[in-house]
Ligand binder design. Structure first.
Ligand code: SF4
Ligand code: SF4
Length: 166
């Protein structure tokens, strides 16, 4: 490991005038390069790779990668009931312990169980995706594309089964 020691200032640097001028020149150069790009973009013309203008969030959103893990959802069967069979695999594998399931009988005798309660505390979730990987029924996915999950209360961060099924 190399140690970089502080270098003593030269006479010019100690005068500060030249350093201030260099800093101003750098700022001016960025302004003169970026301002025309911003104007061109505002006119709806796509700028090239060197573009430094940010996305005008939330009106304009950057496209997400297809593998991005976003808010969970529960999938349904053809009859509208959850595909989830309340096997508790996701609850067991979750490293953040933020899934809470209570099972009940499914009305179809061919399906053993379904969840009566299925809560995910998004405020605690670390978005690892283990729950999706562990599910044997493809009943839980993280492909909603929803990333805005802020809430003023901790209670508001807990997503219930009806929200997850939407
Ligand atoms: S993504 Fe990870 S932390 Fe979040 S609920 Fe699933 S298993 Fe738990
Ligand atoms: S692993 Fe899948 S089927 Fe099992 S409880 Fe979780 S969501 Fe339901």
């Amino acid at each position: 490991m190399s140690v970089i020691r502080q270098q003593p200032l030269t006479l010019l640097e100690r005068l500060y005038i030249t350093e201030v001028a260099k800093g101003l020149a750098l700022t001016a150069r960025h302004f003169l390069v970026n301002f025309p790009r911003h104007v061109v973009r505002a006119l709806g013309i796509k700028v090239g790779k060197g573009e430094t203008v940010t996305y005008q969030y939330p009106e304009e959103r950057r496209p997400f990668a297809s593998r991005l893990r976003t808010r969970h959802r529960l999938t349904r069967r053809a009859d509208g009931t959850p595909r989830c069979v309340a096997c508790m695999m996701c609850e067991t594998v979750c490293p953040a312990r933020c899934i809470h399931i209570i099972a009940m009988e499914h009305p179809d005798p061919n399906v053993e169980k379904m969840p009566r309660v299925f809560d995910i505390d998004i405020g605690v979730c670390v978005f690892c995706g283990f729950c999706v990987e562990a599910c044997p029924e493809d009943a839980i996915r993280m492909d909603t594309g929803i990333v805005e999950m802020a809430s003023y209360t901790r209670e508001g961060m807990i997503y219930r089964i009806d929200q997850l099924l939407q």
